[in-house]
Design a protein around this ligand. Structure first.
Ligand code: SF4
Length: 694
């Protein structure tokens, strides 16, 4: 700063990485961004930040940015730079030709959790009002779609119940399948502070993570379960609470459906659900499950925080329901210090779900089959809305391989690197006649595209992100869009080239349309966000300043719904051919597929994905620390370096998926959640052997 001069301009905006949603002051000298300073009045971060938000913004000016639109007739041909008019015209004409030839439902969109609420809203509107079908999906499909299903069924709304400060009132933290120290660092600091003050920690995770290690506290209970057994272990905790009479009958009588509870009580009390019955299969000692259940039920205010270690399973939705059952069973809902809190991975994954990105839901989680809701949008948009749910991304790829799905508009996602079973993704993309990638960089998916539309980074536009506590934060333009247009403008140009007559001149007008059509956003305006700093939805006439905690006097659905959670073993089982179970996660310095962080100084810390393997398993295979190893599954094979460590249990290996050259998702399979098709990234049967390198 001293060398180049002091900043002379400040813009308040929101970090574009994780679901904590930290507020930053972007400090500029003229038009040059000098530094990002965490804002002390930011409600989600109160002046704190992590190494990503503070230092990893340089990707916005990286030389790899593509700033000119490009087209080509097929993905095998070289790209040709063209004007915006030509690229938009090419894409619009091809989309129309494909729909004329193969039918309305042969095209679809993918929205992005990287983009703003306003941009996401426009992309799903593009599918529904311009393509005239519900073929819209989001990357939440591959992370928290089971949260949507599970919390929607039990509580009536698909969102975390608490604000972050709620943890200051908790006495027991039950952390399941999450490592906030790496993935949600600012929230992790707040949690660790509470643990240092004396709150107890129960961790359910196959791996010993950084979150569990801290000065002045230890995880009181670590249930180091075998990957794929969440439902069995959580249900066994409920069994203990039910059979030892530790449940909160008064809460259940007042707040939940009593008849459904009786049915659930009969189910969960069965000896087949006892800790002793699941001990061998889960590898968690029954005594530990019992002790953890007693602590959760009797330790005071108990709160549950969970991550993708819960959702990315064949029984992801069942596990979310099991978690909701635990909270209702003990009355840990509806006040500070308790609740059920999905730790959302991406900056706007909550918002992308809120905005109607799923193929069965219009904005605000209202089903497309609901005629009254459809009529709201038919009036607002002036077109009929298809009452039939559309295709999920996995179904789009299947249909492409089958020859019935032909065109995809993909904004801000890299499904080739992030989605499982890469070979199948490639086959689907290759089979399409039109793939439009709208992104900052030529990502792996763009290898199969024939239109590339340059994207705008979070620094180049106005809008909002919604964080993991339902907090709508302002994103403010720091610099002009480098390609000439913000993402919402590009979607509008494409829609209008196909005959729409959209006339938005600023994202605030899009938010006004969202507020006018979505009850939980009815009170949200840019003026109110400027005035209050942020608001948590629902924000409407009943709650003009937003809602920090939901389900206070009653569940959104009315009575809380207990649902049986029978355990079904994963199809991915360790066997003679594939004797180890692979599970995946993230590290602090990198972010998801690394498209951003790999193009910043954060690369100095972790330049490749490594495979963690227990010393016993390494020794059995003649593998030493730092050796190259070959890992193969029934889906495919990849090569990584080994990190021999006892943070993983014998029989379990672990890696990340931040680097495209490591191709971890070549190995993960097509196994997915029964209710939502969320991929089972967390359980893949593999074999690992020494290798000479890639
Ligand atoms: Fe950004 Fe999340 Fe880090 Fe906050 S905790 S600075 S939102 S990555």
């Amino acid at each position: 700063v001293l060398e180049i001069g002091l900043p002379n301009r400040t813009v308040l905006t929101t970090c574009a990485y994780c679901g904590v949603g930290c507020t930053f002051k972007a400090e500029l000298l003229g038009d040059e961004l000098v530094r990002m300073v965490p804002y002390k009045h930011g409600k989600a971060n109160e002046g704190h930040s992590c190494v990503k938000g503070r230092f990893a913004y340089g990707y916005a000016n990286h030389q790899d940015r593509i700033l000119k639109p490009m087209i080509r007739d097929s993905y095998e041909e070289p790209w040709k730079e063209v004007s915006w008019d030509e690229a938009i015209g090419f894409a619009a004409t091809r989309l129309r030709e494909i729909q004329d030839k193969y039918g309305r439902k042969s095209a679809g969109v993918l929205t992005s959790s990287r983009c703003t609420n306003e941009e996401t809203y426009l992309v799903q509107k593009f599918a529904r009002a311009v393509l005239r079908n519900n073929n819209t999906d989001t990357c939440a499909r591959v992370c928290h779609s089971p949260t949507g299903y599970g919390l929607g069924k039990t509580f009536g709304t698909s969102a975390g119940t608490q604000d972050f400060v709620s943890i200051d009132d908790t006495d027991v933290v039950l952390l399941i399948g999450a490592n906030p120290a790496a993935a949600h660092p600012v929230f992790a600091s707040r949690m660790k502070k509470r643990l240092r003050e004396g709150a107890k920690l129960i961790v359910v995770d196959p791996r010993r993570s950084e979150t569990m290690d801290g000065p002045h506290y230890d995880a009181v209970h670590h249930l180091a379960l075998r990957p794929g057994t969440n439902v069995a272990v959580i249900t066994a905790m409920a069994h203990v609470i039910a059979t030892e009479g530790l449940y909160n009958e008064a809460f259940i009588r007042e707040r939940c459906d009593w008849d459904e509870f009786q049915d659930y009580l009969e189910f969960v009390s069965d000896a087949a659900n006892s800790p002793e019955a699941v001990e061998a299969m889960s590898r968690v000692p029954a005594g530990e499950i019992r002790a953890a259940a007693r602590l959760y039920a009797t330790g005071g205010n108990a709160s549950i925080y969970y991550g993708l270690g819960v959702t990315e399973h064949a029984q992801g939705s069942t596990a979310v329901i099991a978690i909701a059952n635990l909270a209702m069973l003990t009355g840990n809902i509806g006040r500070p210090g308790v609740g059920v809190n999905p730790l959302r991975g991406q900056n706007n994954v909550q918002g992308s779900c809120d905005m109607g990105s799923f193929p069965h839901e219009l904005p605000g989680y209202r089903h497309v089959k609901n005629k009254d809701v459809r009529e709201i949008y038919e009036r607002a948009w002036g077109v009929p809305i298809d009452p039939e749910p559309g295709l999920r991304v996995t179904n789009m790829l299947d249909a492409a391989v089958d020859g019935t799905f032909k065109a995809l508009y993909c904004q801000g996602e890299d499904i080739m690197q992030s989605d499982p079973d890469s070979q199948h993704v490639a086959a689907g993309l290759k089979a399409m006649e039109l793939v439009i990638v709208h992104d900052l960089f030529l990502n792996e998916t763009a290898n199969f595209a024939n239109v590339f539309l340059p994207g705008s980074s979070f620094l180049e536009k106005d809008g909002t992100f919604t964080n993991a506590e339902r907090r709508i934060n302002m994103v403010r333009q720091v610099m002009a869009p480098q390609s000439g247009y913000a993402d919402w403008e590009v979607t509008q140009m494409l829609a209008n080239a196909m005959g729409a007559e959209w006339t938005y001149t600023h994202p605030s007008e899009i938010m006004a349309e969202i507020a006018a059509t979505t009850p939980s956003f009815a009170g949200v305006t840019y003026e109110r966000l400027d005035e209050l700093g942020s608001v948590q939805w629902p924000c409407n006439d009943e709650a003009p300043e937003g809602t920090p905690i939901v389900h206070v006097d009653g569940f959104v659905r009315g009575k809380g719904k207990f649902i049986r959670t029978g355990y079904v073993p994963s199809e991915e089982k360790a066997n003679r051919r594939f004797p180890l179970l692979l599970t995946t996660g993230r590290i602090l310095s990198q972010y998801n597929v690394g498209a951003q962080t790999r193009r910043t100084a954060n690369m100095v810390w972790h330049g490749e994905d490594v495979l963690q393997i227990h010393p016993h398993d390494a020794e059995d295979r003649g593998i030493r620390h730092g050796d190259w190893v070959r890992m193969n599954s029934r889906a495919g094979e990849t090569t990584l370096r080994a990190e021999v460590t006892d943070v993983v249990a014998p029989g379990v290996v672990y890696t990340t998926f931040h680097h495209p050259f490591n191709q971890v998702n070549v190995v993960t399979t097509d196994s997915s959640d029964w209710a939502t098709n969320c991929p089972e990234y967390k359980v893949t049967a593999v074999q690992v052997a020494p290798s000479n390198g890639p």
